[in-house]
Design a protein around this ligand. Structure first.
Ligand SMILES: NC(=O)c1ccc[n+]([C@@H]2O[C@H](COP(=O)([O-])OP(=O)(O)OC[C@H]3O[C@@H](n4cnc5c(N)ncnc54)[C@H](OP(=O)(O)O)[C@@H]3O)[C@@H](O)[C@H]2O)c1
Length: 333
């Protein structure tokens, strides 16, 4: 069957809000879409495509990928590559697309971590899978304590010089390594555009470890991944573990996480969200976005309905001091 030709919503930029990414020329949507889950070759292509289309129709211009997203490894990039070819090619310049290398990707000594060999060859593979000539941003996906940081960072610099990425970023780097990276890149006239870190109501590391402040001081944007704690901070698990949920798969979100204590907290948060006229998912995203040191949240979704729910978060990202206090009481007892 021939696919109907995709034509994006004319009003796609009417409702989305965009934030400047650190000190740079780039604006990113407050909500970005990540393809870690639900875009692999194990997932129905029609659903993945429907989510990508819906996202762009709503002004989500930023799609976040990495070499090993799937499963299988590489297949989320292949899925995105098919969507690029079938739908998004005429809109390439309206899109901000990322990829990363750092985690386990292929067998042998050159298929993970931070060597120049791995980063360079991985990006070449990613571009082919995604049907792209360049990515908008390429990340070192994790800090590699065994490779000289200069080697990893120089590979990022050279990738920009080769025109294979317009910008670079780092993900999950400890503070000291991030400081080194910011300076190394800046001295070579390659600004580090984004720091990508896990940040949500249940995980405050970027706040507590000074990562948010450090990024701001460097003029680097901060983009939060897993802002819904992989689905915990939604209504998904309030009444048990649905069969089609990430927790039921048990790979990245374990059933043991959902203790009675955590459930009590989630239910209390859910009540507070209802008082604000939001779902728990909406309030959880709004909470991350209340901070102007955050440029965007990268959400995951398994359906268009979830995406639609999450997009409503941007309508109200302000919290009263009393609401903040209640949230802290719920989480800290
Ligand atoms: N840099 C890194 O190391 C790193 C690490 C992890 C992620 N990331 C990036 O961040 C992106 C997002 O990560 P994530 O998928 O963990 O994000 P998340 O937004 O915290 O969790 C997404 C999951 O929450 C559930 N969900 C979402 N909206 C919902 C709603 N409205 N109601 C009920 N359930 C809802 C869905 O679970 P079900 O599938 O169960 O429906 C969905 O798959 C990734 O795709 C990736 O791009 C980066």
């Amino acid at each position: 069957m021939i696919d109907p030709i995709y034509s994006p919503e004319k009003g796609r930029y009417d409702n989305m809000k965009y934030r400047r990414c650190g000190k740079s020329g780039i604006l990113l949507p407050e909500i970005s879409l990540g393809l870690w889950h639900n875009f692999g070759d194990v997932n129905p292509f029609a659903n993945s495509k429907a989510m990508a289309h819906y996202a762009f129709d709503q002004g989500i211009t930023h799609f976040d990928l990495a070499n090993n997203y799937g499963p299988s490894y590489g297949s989320a990039e292949e899925t995105f590559g098919m969507i690029m070819k079938k739908s998004f090619m005429p809109y390439r310049d309206e899109l901000f697309i990322s990829s990363k290398a750092g985690h386990d990707m292929w067998s042998g000594p050159y298929g993970e971590w931070g060597s120049r060999k791995y980063l360079m060859s991985s990006l070449d593979q990613s571009l082919k899978r995604m049907n792209l000539d360049y990515v908008d941003i390429f990340y070192s996906h994790r800090y590699d304590p065994s490779t000289p940081l200069e080697e990893t960072l120089q590979a990022l610099v050279d990738i920009v010089r080769q025109g294979k990425a317009l910008y670079v970023g780092i993900s999950k780097y400890p503070e000291q390594a991030a400081a080194f990276a910011y300076n190394y890149l800046q001295e070579r006239d390659v600004h580090c555009l984004l720091y990508q870190g896990r940040y949500n109501l249940l995980n405050r590391e970027p706040e507590n470890e000074g990562i948010l402040r450090q990024a701001k001081a460097n003029g680097t944007g901060f983009i939060a991944f897993s802002p819904l704690a992989q689905g915990l901070l939604t209504s998904r698990y309030l009444k048990g573990i649905p069969e089609d949920s990430r927790m039921a798969q048990g790979l990245f979100l374990k059933k043991e996480t959902l203790t009675g204590g955590l459930l009590d907290q989630l239910r209390a948060l859910n009540n507070l969200a209802a008082e604000r006229g939001q779902t728990l998912a909406e309030m959880s995203l709004a909470w991350v976005l209340k901070d102007d040191m955050v440029t965007s949240v990268i959400i995951g979704a398994s359906s268009v309905n979830q995406l639609a729910d999450n997009l409503k978060a941007i309508e109200n990202t302000t919290f009263t001091a009393e609401e903040i206090q209640r949230i802290e009481q719920i989480l800290n007892g």
